[in-house]
Design a protein around this ligand. Sequence first.
Ligand code: PGA
Length: 245
Amino acid sequence: MLVVGNWKMNTNRGSAEALVSAIAAGLDSEIRCGVVVCVPYVFLGQTQQQLTGSRIQLGAQNVSEYDSGAYTGEVSAAMLREFGCDLVLVGHSERRQLFHETDGQVVQKAIAAQSQNLLPVVCVGETLEQRESGQTDEVITGQVEAILSADVDLNRVVWAYEPVWAIGTGRTATPEQAQAVHALIRGLIAQRDSELAQKTEILYGGSVNAENAATLFEQPDINGGLIGGASLNAESFLTICRSAG
Ligand code: PGA
């Protein structure tokens, strides 16, 4: 099980430091899952220092698809690696929707991440309109197949299903709704490699909180969570980690 906190564009230098300290201090032996914090780029350096010797892993929220060069404002996978990142989110729905990232870019970002030994957390999810018009399976299949059919090492990918309508809305997918899509994703991977499908981690994200995490994590195809809002509070985040076992 893996629990990843996605801080998005929140915190400042001081509150980021305090949040990392509180999470690190609260990690006890009851929490056996992998724990990751994806902090804003500018706080990676200080967080890397804070996490020295900790089992909490560091992640970034985005990465450039390019290695280096004239790409003003972008941050490369090598830079993230130098700042101690282990993971990076790619294709978060906010990137897809607000910054118009395409499946093609998501693939290139996953490849760029892997080239620097960063684990890409590939996010997929349908909008409310797509769900209501019965297109969920088709949309998810398209997003997943883009990665499966590309030159990405599937042994080094974590997936996150995040229905867009559940992100930051307080409206979580029911455990059954989430499980159905997770099973779909695992099935698509199994079509390529059934052994790999069994060991692939598929996280659920979208309004996960301290109250609903446990029932989501009980689902057979849910292997952890990608947590936005609730990851900004150490106590809630730790409770979610504890629910993951
Ligand atoms: P949320 O965000 O938990 O605030 O809904 C999840 C995410 O976008 O990763």
